[in-house]
Design a protein around this ligand. Sequence first.
Ligand code: SAM
Length: 239
Amino acid sequence: MKVDIVSIFPDYFAPLELSLIGKARTAGTLKLAVHDLRTWTSDVHRTVDDTPYGGGPGMVMRPEPWGQALDAVASPGATLIVPSPVGRPFTQADAHELATLPHLVFACGRYEGIDQRVIDDAADRMPVREVSLGDYVLFGGEVAVIVIMEAVTRLLPGVLGNADSLTEESHAAGLLEAPVYTKPQSWRDREVPEVLRSGDHGRIARWRRDQSLLRTASRRPDMYAAYPPENLNKKDRVA
Ligand code: SAM
């Protein structure tokens, strides 16, 4: 997968050189480039913002550098992702979909956001998705891009050592994952549940399924209500 990120703070993306994303880049699974939006300015101050039409607080990102940046980095077949609090909430299903695409271009807004014409103009030439991380406002799109790239990269073939992690984790099948434990067996007088030490794979699977359903029902009633009833089996204890 090819990824281009445009931002006025390219240094923000240093974490994308670490850990499994760094390894995916080294392995060539992920070809990621970060670009400084100011490369596409033409004035001595390398200006990227101006006051909003209609008045109001803050500054808006000017369209010219953005237009040139997207012309330069978005190849045919690219999808433009614009992190924005007015976008559709980002989900695991979105991560799966993005992981199948050949080329993602991310446009990181700052200040009061990017002039709307940039998004409208890009939409004439490529698929554009405005994506929100949640119902709150960040300083800029950089952190949102790092989050999206974490979610997408771990779904790329070969990135995770054990692909089973992807099918058994939270949000994989519309439920939250059961609690997890490791050694030691006893820690501060707290024991690992007996069933997980039993070696009885049937009982362990049943316990994990029960915990997953109970957790989802208590912590995310919205998710539990949306869980398809046909996916419940006869032995499921419906919470
Ligand atoms: N004036 C905008 C509004 O009220 O909708 C907020 C602009 S915000 C201060 C600056 C930038 O941060 C946005 O252009 C976007 O790139 C990013 N951003 C802020 N909150 C976000 C969120 N919840 N999800 C994704 N990106 C966000």
